[in-house]
Ligand binder design. Structure first.
Ligand code: ZN
Length: 105
């Protein structure tokens, strides 16, 4: 079961974007990476391919490894590690290791 999913709010824990928060736009399970809105942007030079396609610098959002981000708990609003447990309805749910509250309801 994935601990981070599309739509989750995460916080970057390491690197140049440390402390920044953003929404997960995409999860790449094979690479164990996430694409986070407005985080880990890199500038790329785009070369002209014709008169209607001028050379310019574009910003691309690069994926981040899962180990570099933590989910921001919707209950205690802190970046936290996520655990998995079986709830009272027998369903697998994620929970916050800080406040023990279920993240999915
Ligand atoms: Zn919490």
């Amino acid at each position: 079961m994935q601990k981070i999913r599309k739509g989750d709010l995460i916080q970057v824990m390491v690197g140049k974007d440390k402390g920044r928060q953003g929404k997960v736009l995409k999860v790449l399970p094979k690479q164990m990476e996430v694409v986070v809105e407005d985080v880990n942007k890199v500038k790329k030079h785009h070369k002209s391919r014709g008169p209607n396609d001028p050379s310019r610098i574009i910003e691309v959002v690069k994926p981040l490894n899962w180990s570099k981000v933590q989910l921001v708990c919707p209950h205690c609003h802190q970046p936290t590690r996520v655990g998995i447990k079986i709830n009272t309805q027998g369903k697998k749910v994620r929970y916050c290791k800080k406040c023990q509250q279920e993240i999915d309801s």
